[in-house]
Design a protein around this ligand. Structure first.
Ligand code: ADQ
Length: 491
Protein backbone atom coordinates (compact mmCIF):
# COMPACT_ATOMS: atom_id res chain seq x y z
CA UNK A 1 0.00 0.00 0.00
CA UNK A 2 1.27 3.41 -0.89
CA UNK A 3 1.95 5.79 2.01
CA UNK A 4 1.02 9.46 1.75
CA UNK A 5 0.59 12.22 4.28
CA UNK A 6 -2.51 13.83 2.82
CA UNK A 7 -5.94 12.56 1.89
CA UNK A 8 -7.99 14.55 -0.61
CA UNK A 9 -11.40 15.55 0.75
CA UNK A 10 -13.80 12.74 -0.14
CA UNK A 11 -17.57 12.66 0.02
CA UNK A 12 -17.83 9.16 1.53
CA UNK A 13 -16.14 8.49 4.86
CA UNK A 14 -16.46 5.43 7.09
CA UNK A 15 -15.40 5.70 10.72
CA UNK A 16 -14.94 2.54 12.76
CA UNK A 17 -12.92 1.70 15.81
CA UNK A 18 -10.64 -0.62 13.82
CA UNK A 19 -9.35 -0.09 10.33
CA UNK A 20 -10.12 -3.08 8.09
CA UNK A 21 -6.38 -3.69 7.94
CA UNK A 22 -4.04 -4.22 10.89
CA UNK A 23 -0.60 -2.69 11.16
CA UNK A 24 1.97 -5.34 12.06
CA UNK A 25 5.71 -4.85 12.41
CA UNK A 26 7.39 -7.15 9.85
CA UNK A 27 10.52 -9.26 10.52
CA UNK A 28 12.75 -6.73 8.72
CA UNK A 29 11.27 -3.79 10.69
CA UNK A 30 9.15 -2.71 7.71
CA UNK A 31 5.52 -1.85 8.42
CA UNK A 32 3.15 -4.50 7.11
CA UNK A 33 -0.60 -4.43 6.65
CA UNK A 34 -2.80 -7.51 6.97
CA UNK A 35 -6.53 -7.83 6.53
CA UNK A 36 -8.33 -8.31 9.84
CA UNK A 37 -11.37 -10.61 9.98
CA UNK A 38 -14.72 -9.50 11.35
CA UNK A 39 -18.37 -8.98 10.57
CA UNK A 40 -18.08 -5.26 9.86
CA UNK A 41 -15.30 -5.64 7.33
CA UNK A 42 -17.19 -8.34 5.47
CA UNK A 43 -20.29 -6.14 5.34
CA UNK A 44 -18.71 -2.84 4.29
CA UNK A 45 -16.16 -3.99 1.74
CA UNK A 46 -18.62 -4.37 -1.15
CA UNK A 47 -20.06 -0.92 -0.44
CA UNK A 48 -16.66 0.74 -0.47
CA UNK A 49 -15.44 -1.00 -3.63
CA UNK A 50 -15.39 1.21 -6.72
CA UNK A 51 -15.75 4.62 -5.08
CA UNK A 52 -13.35 7.26 -3.80
CA UNK A 53 -13.63 6.96 -0.05
CA UNK A 54 -11.82 7.26 3.24
CA UNK A 55 -11.83 4.87 6.17
CA UNK A 56 -10.89 6.34 9.56
CA UNK A 57 -9.89 3.92 12.33
CA UNK A 58 -7.33 2.55 14.73
CA UNK A 59 -4.75 0.32 13.02
CA UNK A 60 -4.29 -2.05 15.97
CA UNK A 61 -0.87 -0.91 17.27
CA UNK A 62 -0.64 1.28 20.38
CA UNK A 63 1.71 4.26 20.64
CA UNK A 64 2.53 4.09 16.93
CA UNK A 65 1.54 7.14 14.88
CA UNK A 66 1.11 6.04 11.26
CA UNK A 67 0.63 7.90 8.02
CA UNK A 68 -2.44 7.78 5.85
CA UNK A 69 -2.07 5.20 3.11
CA UNK A 70 -4.11 4.36 0.03
CA UNK A 71 -5.17 1.22 -1.72
CA UNK A 72 -7.22 1.37 -4.90
CA UNK A 73 -9.55 4.30 -4.29
CA UNK A 74 -9.76 4.02 -0.51
CA UNK A 75 -7.64 6.19 1.78
CA UNK A 76 -6.98 4.64 5.16
CA UNK A 77 -6.64 7.25 7.90
CA UNK A 78 -5.05 5.79 11.05
CA UNK A 79 -6.10 7.28 14.40
CA UNK A 80 -3.47 6.65 17.04
CA UNK A 81 -4.07 5.49 20.60
CA UNK A 82 -1.67 5.15 23.51
CA UNK A 83 -1.41 1.93 25.54
CA UNK A 84 -3.47 3.58 28.25
CA UNK A 85 -6.14 4.67 25.77
CA UNK A 86 -6.39 1.15 24.35
CA UNK A 87 -6.78 -0.18 27.90
CA UNK A 88 -9.38 2.41 28.93
CA UNK A 89 -11.29 3.21 25.74
CA UNK A 90 -11.23 -0.12 23.91
CA UNK A 91 -10.74 -2.83 26.54
CA UNK A 92 -12.35 -0.86 29.36
CA UNK A 93 -15.26 1.39 28.46
CA UNK A 94 -16.09 -0.34 25.14
CA UNK A 95 -15.59 -3.99 26.03
CA UNK A 96 -15.94 -4.20 29.80
CA UNK A 97 -18.72 -1.58 30.25
CA UNK A 98 -20.80 -1.02 27.12
CA UNK A 99 -20.49 -4.51 25.53
CA UNK A 100 -21.76 -6.45 28.58
CA UNK A 101 -24.38 -3.80 29.43
CA UNK A 102 -25.79 -3.82 25.89
CA UNK A 103 -25.76 -7.65 25.81
CA UNK A 104 -28.14 -7.93 28.75
CA UNK A 105 -25.46 -8.01 31.47
CA UNK A 106 -24.40 -11.63 30.79
CA UNK A 107 -21.34 -10.55 32.77
CA UNK A 108 -21.45 -7.54 35.09
CA UNK A 109 -20.49 -4.24 33.41
CA UNK A 110 -17.84 -2.17 35.19
CA UNK A 111 -18.32 1.57 35.54
CA UNK A 112 -15.15 3.66 35.86
CA UNK A 113 -15.04 7.43 35.54
CA UNK A 114 -11.46 7.32 34.15
CA UNK A 115 -12.55 4.99 31.35
CA UNK A 116 -15.42 7.31 30.48
CA UNK A 117 -13.08 10.32 30.32
CA UNK A 118 -10.75 8.42 27.95
CA UNK A 119 -13.73 7.28 25.87
CA UNK A 120 -14.64 10.94 25.35
CA UNK A 121 -11.10 11.98 24.47
CA UNK A 122 -10.72 9.14 21.95
CA UNK A 123 -14.17 9.79 20.40
CA UNK A 124 -13.17 13.45 19.94
CA UNK A 125 -9.99 12.36 18.14
CA UNK A 126 -11.97 10.14 15.75
CA UNK A 127 -14.42 13.00 15.09
CA UNK A 128 -11.55 15.37 14.28
CA UNK A 129 -9.93 12.85 11.93
CA UNK A 130 -13.23 12.36 10.07
CA UNK A 131 -13.88 16.11 9.92
CA UNK A 132 -10.46 16.61 8.32
CA UNK A 133 -11.07 14.26 5.37
CA UNK A 134 -14.77 14.80 4.56
CA UNK A 135 -15.60 17.10 1.67
CA UNK A 136 -18.12 19.97 1.93
CA UNK A 137 -21.60 18.45 2.33
CA UNK A 138 -20.10 14.93 2.32
CA UNK A 139 -21.41 11.84 4.10
CA UNK A 140 -19.78 10.30 7.15
CA UNK A 141 -20.89 6.88 8.31
CA UNK A 142 -19.93 6.17 11.94
CA UNK A 143 -19.90 2.52 13.03
CA UNK A 144 -20.74 1.03 16.37
CA UNK A 145 -20.67 1.27 20.12
CA UNK A 146 -17.03 2.31 20.58
CA UNK A 147 -17.88 5.64 18.87
CA UNK A 148 -21.30 6.66 20.15
CA UNK A 149 -20.21 10.25 20.87
CA UNK A 150 -18.71 10.85 17.43
CA UNK A 151 -21.93 11.87 15.59
CA UNK A 152 -22.58 14.89 17.84
CA UNK A 153 -18.88 15.83 18.08
CA UNK A 154 -18.70 15.75 14.28
CA UNK A 155 -21.85 17.84 13.94
CA UNK A 156 -20.27 20.56 16.09
CA UNK A 157 -17.07 20.51 14.01
CA UNK A 158 -18.77 20.19 10.61
CA UNK A 159 -22.46 21.22 10.55
CA UNK A 160 -22.44 20.89 6.73
CA UNK A 161 -22.06 17.08 6.79
CA UNK A 162 -24.68 14.36 6.52
CA UNK A 163 -24.00 11.94 9.35
CA UNK A 164 -25.12 8.33 9.73
CA UNK A 165 -24.52 6.02 12.67
CA UNK A 166 -25.01 2.25 12.57
CA UNK A 167 -25.14 0.21 15.77
CA UNK A 168 -24.02 -3.41 15.17
CA UNK A 169 -24.85 -4.79 18.60
CA UNK A 170 -28.11 -4.82 20.57
CA UNK A 171 -29.44 -1.67 22.23
CA UNK A 172 -30.68 -2.71 25.68
CA UNK A 173 -34.00 -2.06 27.37
CA UNK A 174 -34.24 1.41 28.89
CA UNK A 175 -34.03 -0.08 32.41
CA UNK A 176 -30.62 -1.62 31.65
CA UNK A 177 -29.46 1.39 29.65
CA UNK A 178 -30.47 3.52 32.63
CA UNK A 179 -27.64 1.96 34.67
CA UNK A 180 -25.12 3.95 32.63
CA UNK A 181 -23.97 6.97 34.65
CA UNK A 182 -23.41 8.73 31.29
CA UNK A 183 -26.70 7.78 29.65
CA UNK A 184 -27.64 11.33 28.68
CA UNK A 185 -24.26 12.01 27.10
CA UNK A 186 -24.48 8.79 25.06
CA UNK A 187 -27.96 9.67 23.75
CA UNK A 188 -26.82 13.20 22.98
CA UNK A 189 -23.86 11.76 21.07
CA UNK A 190 -25.97 9.37 19.00
CA UNK A 191 -28.59 12.01 18.21
CA UNK A 192 -25.92 14.09 16.47
CA UNK A 193 -26.53 11.80 13.48
CA UNK A 194 -29.23 12.32 10.84
CA UNK A 195 -29.99 8.60 10.88
CA UNK A 196 -29.32 6.15 13.71
CA UNK A 197 -29.61 2.58 12.40
CA UNK A 198 -30.17 -0.66 14.32
CA UNK A 199 -30.30 -4.39 13.50
CA UNK A 200 -33.74 -5.14 14.95
CA UNK A 201 -36.97 -3.26 15.55
CA UNK A 202 -36.64 -3.89 19.29
CA UNK A 203 -33.24 -2.10 19.37
CA UNK A 204 -34.63 1.02 17.68
CA UNK A 205 -37.63 1.01 19.96
CA UNK A 206 -35.38 0.61 23.04
CA UNK A 207 -33.38 3.65 22.00
CA UNK A 208 -36.49 5.77 21.43
CA UNK A 209 -37.75 4.69 24.84
CA UNK A 210 -34.39 5.66 26.41
CA UNK A 211 -34.65 9.07 24.71
CA UNK A 212 -38.17 9.54 26.06
CA UNK A 213 -37.11 8.66 29.59
CA UNK A 214 -33.76 10.39 29.82
CA UNK A 215 -33.99 13.52 27.69
CA UNK A 216 -37.72 13.77 26.96
CA UNK A 217 -37.55 14.84 23.28
CA UNK A 218 -40.78 14.57 21.34
CA UNK A 219 -41.02 11.93 18.66
CA UNK A 220 -43.20 10.33 16.07
CA UNK A 221 -41.81 6.90 15.20
CA UNK A 222 -39.23 6.64 13.64
CA UNK A 223 -38.41 10.36 13.96
CA UNK A 224 -37.00 12.00 17.10
CA UNK A 225 -37.14 15.82 17.20
CA UNK A 226 -33.90 17.10 18.69
CA UNK A 227 -33.72 20.74 19.83
CA UNK A 228 -31.16 22.69 17.83
CA UNK A 229 -29.59 23.92 21.05
CA UNK A 230 -29.67 20.47 22.71
CA UNK A 231 -27.34 20.20 25.68
CA UNK A 232 -26.64 17.62 28.34
CA UNK A 233 -27.67 17.02 31.00
CA UNK A 234 -31.26 17.92 30.14
CA UNK A 235 -34.23 17.62 32.43
CA UNK A 236 -36.62 15.24 30.65
CA UNK A 237 -39.57 17.12 32.20
CA UNK A 238 -38.65 20.51 30.73
CA UNK A 239 -41.25 21.93 28.32
CA UNK A 240 -41.29 20.62 24.71
CA UNK A 241 -39.46 22.70 22.14
CA UNK A 242 -41.36 24.13 19.18
CA UNK A 243 -40.86 22.19 15.95
CA UNK A 244 -39.16 25.09 14.16
CA UNK A 245 -36.30 24.90 16.64
CA UNK A 246 -35.62 21.21 16.17
CA UNK A 247 -34.02 18.92 13.65
CA UNK A 248 -35.20 15.45 12.72
CA UNK A 249 -33.25 12.32 13.56
CA UNK A 250 -34.48 9.04 12.13
CA UNK A 251 -34.03 6.12 14.54
CA UNK A 252 -34.80 3.06 12.47
CA UNK A 253 -34.06 -0.54 11.48
CA UNK A 254 -31.52 -1.67 8.84
CA UNK A 255 -30.64 -5.36 9.36
CA UNK A 256 -27.10 -6.01 8.14
CA UNK A 257 -26.26 -8.83 5.76
CA UNK A 258 -23.43 -10.15 3.61
CA UNK A 259 -22.21 -10.34 0.05
CA UNK A 260 -24.03 -13.50 -0.99
CA UNK A 261 -22.53 -13.62 -4.48
CA UNK A 262 -18.97 -13.45 -3.12
CA UNK A 263 -19.66 -16.29 -0.69
CA UNK A 264 -21.26 -18.45 -3.37
CA UNK A 265 -18.26 -17.88 -5.61
CA UNK A 266 -15.86 -18.98 -2.88
CA UNK A 267 -17.94 -21.92 -1.71
CA UNK A 268 -18.30 -23.39 -5.17
CA UNK A 269 -14.61 -23.48 -6.11
CA UNK A 270 -13.18 -26.94 -6.72
CA UNK A 271 -10.52 -26.49 -4.05
CA UNK A 272 -13.07 -25.57 -1.35
CA UNK A 273 -15.28 -28.52 -2.26
CA UNK A 274 -12.34 -30.90 -2.25
CA UNK A 275 -11.27 -29.53 1.12
CA UNK A 276 -14.79 -30.14 2.51
CA UNK A 277 -14.56 -33.79 1.50
CA UNK A 278 -11.08 -34.05 3.01
CA UNK A 279 -12.32 -32.53 6.30
CA UNK A 280 -14.92 -35.28 6.68
CA UNK A 281 -12.24 -37.88 6.01
CA UNK A 282 -9.92 -36.30 8.56
CA UNK A 283 -12.74 -36.42 11.08
CA UNK A 284 -13.14 -40.17 10.44
CA UNK A 285 -16.31 -40.04 8.29
CA UNK A 286 -18.72 -39.50 11.21
CA UNK A 287 -22.48 -39.84 10.71
CA UNK A 288 -23.14 -36.27 11.89
CA UNK A 289 -20.81 -33.29 12.02
CA UNK A 290 -22.00 -30.43 14.23
CA UNK A 291 -20.22 -27.09 13.74
CA UNK A 292 -19.88 -23.91 15.81
CA UNK A 293 -17.93 -20.86 14.53
CA UNK A 294 -17.61 -17.83 16.78
CA UNK A 295 -15.34 -15.24 18.22
CA UNK A 296 -14.57 -16.58 21.69
CA UNK A 297 -17.12 -14.36 23.44
CA UNK A 298 -19.44 -15.03 26.38
CA UNK A 299 -22.38 -13.69 24.35
CA UNK A 300 -22.11 -16.56 21.83
CA UNK A 301 -23.47 -19.32 24.10
CA UNK A 302 -20.61 -21.73 23.35
CA UNK A 303 -20.67 -23.46 26.75
CA UNK A 304 -24.48 -23.87 26.57
CA UNK A 305 -24.28 -25.74 23.26
CA UNK A 306 -21.36 -27.91 24.43
CA UNK A 307 -23.32 -28.79 27.56
CA UNK A 308 -26.28 -29.92 25.44
CA UNK A 309 -23.97 -31.98 23.22
CA UNK A 310 -22.19 -33.51 26.23
CA UNK A 311 -25.52 -34.54 27.79
CA UNK A 312 -26.61 -36.23 24.55
CA UNK A 313 -23.38 -38.26 24.63
CA UNK A 314 -23.82 -39.07 28.32
CA UNK A 315 -27.36 -40.34 27.72
CA UNK A 316 -26.27 -42.36 24.69
CA UNK A 317 -28.62 -40.46 22.37
CA UNK A 318 -25.48 -39.58 20.38
CA UNK A 319 -22.31 -41.69 20.17
CA UNK A 320 -18.87 -40.13 19.91
CA UNK A 321 -18.03 -42.85 17.36
CA UNK A 322 -20.75 -41.40 15.12
CA UNK A 323 -21.13 -37.71 15.99
CA UNK A 324 -18.48 -35.02 16.32
CA UNK A 325 -18.74 -31.38 17.31
CA UNK A 326 -16.24 -29.05 15.62
CA UNK A 327 -15.98 -25.81 17.58
CA UNK A 328 -13.93 -23.04 16.06
CA UNK A 329 -13.33 -20.11 18.42
CA UNK A 330 -11.33 -17.16 17.18
CA UNK A 331 -9.18 -15.43 19.81
CA UNK A 332 -10.86 -12.25 21.01
CA UNK A 333 -10.21 -9.44 23.54
CA UNK A 334 -7.67 -11.56 25.34
CA UNK A 335 -6.58 -8.79 27.69
CA UNK A 336 -10.08 -8.39 29.16
CA UNK A 337 -10.41 -10.51 32.32
CA UNK A 338 -13.88 -11.96 31.57
CA UNK A 339 -12.57 -13.23 28.21
CA UNK A 340 -9.55 -14.91 29.83
CA UNK A 341 -11.91 -16.59 32.27
CA UNK A 342 -14.23 -17.68 29.47
CA UNK A 343 -11.37 -19.31 27.58
CA UNK A 344 -10.35 -21.29 30.67
CA UNK A 345 -13.96 -22.37 31.27
CA UNK A 346 -14.54 -23.54 27.69
CA UNK A 347 -11.25 -25.38 27.50
CA UNK A 348 -11.98 -27.14 30.80
CA UNK A 349 -15.41 -28.13 29.51
CA UNK A 350 -14.02 -29.45 26.20
CA UNK A 351 -11.33 -31.41 28.05
CA UNK A 352 -13.89 -33.00 30.37
CA UNK A 353 -16.28 -34.04 27.60
CA UNK A 354 -13.44 -35.43 25.47
CA UNK A 355 -11.90 -37.20 28.47
CA UNK A 356 -15.16 -38.92 29.23
CA UNK A 357 -16.60 -39.68 25.80
CA UNK A 358 -13.79 -39.49 23.22
CA UNK A 359 -11.94 -42.43 21.72
CA UNK A 360 -8.29 -42.80 20.77
CA UNK A 361 -7.74 -40.57 17.75
CA UNK A 362 -11.40 -39.59 17.81
CA UNK A 363 -12.34 -36.76 20.19
CA UNK A 364 -16.03 -35.95 20.71
CA UNK A 365 -15.28 -32.24 20.33
CA UNK A 366 -12.66 -30.91 17.94
CA UNK A 367 -11.83 -27.51 19.40
CA UNK A 368 -9.68 -24.95 17.60
CA UNK A 369 -8.76 -21.62 19.19
CA UNK A 370 -7.47 -19.85 16.08
CA UNK A 371 -8.36 -17.68 13.12
CA UNK A 372 -8.76 -19.59 9.90
CA UNK A 373 -8.82 -18.48 6.27
CA UNK A 374 -12.09 -17.72 4.44
CA UNK A 375 -11.49 -20.79 2.22
CA UNK A 376 -11.15 -23.10 5.21
CA UNK A 377 -14.24 -21.55 6.81
CA UNK A 378 -16.29 -22.18 3.67
CA UNK A 379 -15.02 -25.78 3.51
CA UNK A 380 -16.15 -26.27 7.13
CA UNK A 381 -19.60 -24.84 6.34
CA UNK A 382 -19.86 -27.37 3.49
CA UNK A 383 -18.48 -30.26 5.53
CA UNK A 384 -20.95 -30.00 8.41
CA UNK A 385 -24.46 -31.43 8.74
CA UNK A 386 -25.70 -29.19 11.54
CA UNK A 387 -24.59 -25.58 12.03
CA UNK A 388 -25.09 -24.53 15.65
CA UNK A 389 -25.48 -20.79 16.31
CA UNK A 390 -26.66 -20.28 19.89
CA UNK A 391 -25.83 -16.80 21.22
CA UNK A 392 -27.45 -15.60 24.43
CA UNK A 393 -27.65 -12.23 22.69
CA UNK A 394 -26.28 -11.09 19.31
CA UNK A 395 -26.91 -7.97 17.22
CA UNK A 396 -27.24 -9.98 13.99
CA UNK A 397 -24.80 -12.93 13.64
CA UNK A 398 -23.27 -13.15 10.21
CA UNK A 399 -22.03 -16.72 10.70
CA UNK A 400 -25.62 -17.97 10.39
CA UNK A 401 -26.05 -16.06 7.13
CA UNK A 402 -22.63 -17.15 5.79
CA UNK A 403 -23.51 -20.80 6.39
CA UNK A 404 -26.81 -20.45 4.55
CA UNK A 405 -25.17 -18.61 1.63
CA UNK A 406 -22.46 -21.25 1.31
CA UNK A 407 -24.92 -24.17 1.09
CA UNK A 408 -25.68 -24.00 -2.61
CA UNK A 409 -26.33 -27.77 -2.36
CA UNK A 410 -29.40 -26.97 -0.17
CA UNK A 411 -28.10 -29.45 2.41
CA UNK A 412 -27.36 -28.92 6.09
CA UNK A 413 -29.54 -27.72 8.95
CA UNK A 414 -29.23 -24.44 10.86
CA UNK A 415 -29.95 -24.44 14.61
CA UNK A 416 -30.38 -20.78 15.59
CA UNK A 417 -30.88 -18.91 18.84
CA UNK A 418 -33.98 -16.76 18.96
CA UNK A 419 -31.87 -14.07 20.67
CA UNK A 420 -29.95 -13.17 17.51
CA UNK A 421 -30.94 -10.48 15.02
CA UNK A 422 -30.68 -13.17 12.34
CA UNK A 423 -33.64 -15.01 13.92
CA UNK A 424 -35.95 -12.18 12.80
CA UNK A 425 -35.25 -13.11 9.18
CA UNK A 426 -34.15 -16.76 9.13
CA UNK A 427 -37.42 -18.25 10.31
CA UNK A 428 -36.87 -21.60 8.56
CA UNK A 429 -34.03 -22.45 10.96
CA UNK A 430 -34.64 -24.68 14.00
CA UNK A 431 -35.10 -21.99 16.65
CA UNK A 432 -33.76 -22.55 20.14
CA UNK A 433 -33.59 -20.80 23.47
CA UNK A 434 -29.96 -21.48 24.50
CA UNK A 435 -30.88 -21.29 28.19
CA UNK A 436 -33.22 -24.26 27.67
CA UNK A 437 -30.69 -27.11 27.48
CA UNK A 438 -33.40 -29.77 26.99
CA UNK A 439 -34.95 -27.78 24.15
CA UNK A 440 -31.53 -27.41 22.56
CA UNK A 441 -30.87 -31.17 22.85
CA UNK A 442 -34.18 -31.87 21.10
CA UNK A 443 -33.24 -29.48 18.30
CA UNK A 444 -29.82 -31.17 17.87
CA UNK A 445 -31.48 -34.58 17.56
CA UNK A 446 -34.17 -33.24 15.23
CA UNK A 447 -31.49 -31.62 13.06
CA UNK A 448 -29.33 -34.76 12.96
CA UNK A 449 -32.33 -36.88 11.92
CA UNK A 450 -34.06 -34.46 9.58
CA UNK A 451 -35.11 -35.95 6.25
CA UNK A 452 -33.16 -34.69 3.23
CA UNK A 453 -36.42 -33.35 1.77
CA UNK A 454 -37.29 -31.25 4.78
CA UNK A 455 -33.71 -30.01 5.16
CA UNK A 456 -33.62 -29.02 1.52
CA UNK A 457 -36.97 -27.19 1.63
CA UNK A 458 -35.89 -25.24 4.68
CA UNK A 459 -32.46 -24.42 3.26
CA UNK A 460 -33.90 -23.22 -0.05
CA UNK A 461 -36.21 -20.83 1.82
CA UNK A 462 -33.33 -19.59 4.02
CA UNK A 463 -31.14 -19.02 0.98
CA UNK A 464 -33.86 -17.05 -0.78
CA UNK A 465 -34.19 -14.78 2.26
CA UNK A 466 -30.46 -14.06 2.47
CA UNK A 467 -30.25 -13.51 -1.27
CA UNK A 468 -33.04 -10.96 -1.16
CA UNK A 469 -31.58 -9.14 1.86
CA UNK A 470 -28.04 -8.82 0.55
CA UNK A 471 -25.53 -6.38 2.07
CA UNK A 472 -25.98 -4.04 -0.89
CA UNK A 473 -29.59 -3.64 0.06
CA UNK A 474 -28.54 -2.88 3.65
CA UNK A 475 -26.11 -0.20 2.51
CA UNK A 476 -28.39 1.30 -0.11
CA UNK A 477 -31.38 1.55 2.19
CA UNK A 478 -29.22 3.23 4.86
CA UNK A 479 -27.70 5.67 2.36
CA UNK A 480 -31.14 6.47 0.92
CA UNK A 481 -32.38 7.24 4.42
CA UNK A 482 -29.50 9.66 5.02
CA UNK A 483 -29.71 11.28 1.61
CA UNK A 484 -33.17 10.58 0.20
CA UNK A 485 -33.09 10.24 -3.60
CA UNK A 486 -34.41 13.38 -5.28
CA UNK A 487 -37.91 12.98 -6.72
CA UNK A 488 -37.90 12.68 -10.52
CA UNK A 489 -38.94 15.98 -12.18
CA UNK A 490 -42.51 15.90 -13.50
CA UNK A 491 -42.89 16.22 -17.23
P1 ADQ B 1 -19.29 -10.32 15.65
O1 ADQ B 1 -19.68 -10.41 17.10
O2 ADQ B 1 -17.84 -10.38 15.38
O3 ADQ B 1 -19.89 -9.02 14.94
P2 ADQ B 1 -20.53 -12.11 13.57
O4 ADQ B 1 -21.65 -11.35 12.98
O5 ADQ B 1 -20.84 -13.55 13.76
O6 ADQ B 1 -20.07 -11.59 14.98
O7 ADQ B 1 -19.28 -11.97 12.62
C1 ADQ B 1 -18.14 -12.74 12.83
C2 ADQ B 1 -17.28 -12.74 11.56
O8 ADQ B 1 -15.98 -13.24 11.88
C3 ADQ B 1 -17.87 -13.65 10.49
O9 ADQ B 1 -17.71 -13.06 9.23
C4 ADQ B 1 -17.04 -14.93 10.62
O10 ADQ B 1 -16.89 -15.62 9.41
C5 ADQ B 1 -15.69 -14.41 11.11
N1 ADQ B 1 -15.03 -15.40 11.98
C6 ADQ B 1 -15.53 -15.96 13.10
N2 ADQ B 1 -14.67 -16.87 13.62
C7 ADQ B 1 -13.60 -16.88 12.79
C8 ADQ B 1 -12.35 -17.61 12.77
N3 ADQ B 1 -12.02 -18.51 13.71
N4 ADQ B 1 -11.49 -17.36 11.77
C9 ADQ B 1 -11.78 -16.44 10.81
N5 ADQ B 1 -12.93 -15.73 10.78
C10 ADQ B 1 -13.82 -15.94 11.76
C11 ADQ B 1 -20.66 -7.87 15.35
C12 ADQ B 1 -21.96 -8.15 16.10
C13 ADQ B 1 -22.84 -9.11 15.30
C14 ADQ B 1 -23.10 -8.51 13.91
C15 ADQ B 1 -21.81 -8.06 13.25
C16 ADQ B 1 -22.07 -7.28 11.97
O11 ADQ B 1 -21.68 -8.71 17.38
O12 ADQ B 1 -24.07 -9.34 15.95
O13 ADQ B 1 -23.70 -9.50 13.09
O14 ADQ B 1 -21.03 -7.22 14.11
O15 ADQ B 1 -22.99 -6.25 12.20
Amino acid sequence: MAGSTRTPPVDFVVVSNRLPVDAKPGADGEQQWVTSPGGLVAALQPVMAGREAAWVGWPGLADTPLETFSLDRTHYVPVSMSEREVAEHYEGMSNATIWPLYHDVIVAPQFHRDWWETYRVVNQRFAEAAAAVASEGGFVWVQDYQLQLVPQMLRVLRPDLRIGYFHHIPFPSSELFGQLPWRQEILHGLLGADVVGFQRAVDASNMRQAVRRNVGYSMKKPIVRVPLDARVPRDPDSPPVTASKTREVRVDVFPISLDQAAIVELATTDSVRARATAIREELGQPGTVFLGVDRLDYTKGISHRLKAFGELLAEGTLEASDAVFVQLASPSRERVESYRQLRDDIELQVGRINGEFGHLGRPAIVYLHQNISRDEMMALYLACDVMVVTPLRDGMNLVAKEFVSARTDNKGVLVLSEFTGAADELDQALMVNPHDIDGMKEAFVQAANMSPDEASTRMAALRATVEEHDVRRWATSFLDAVTPPRPKPRR
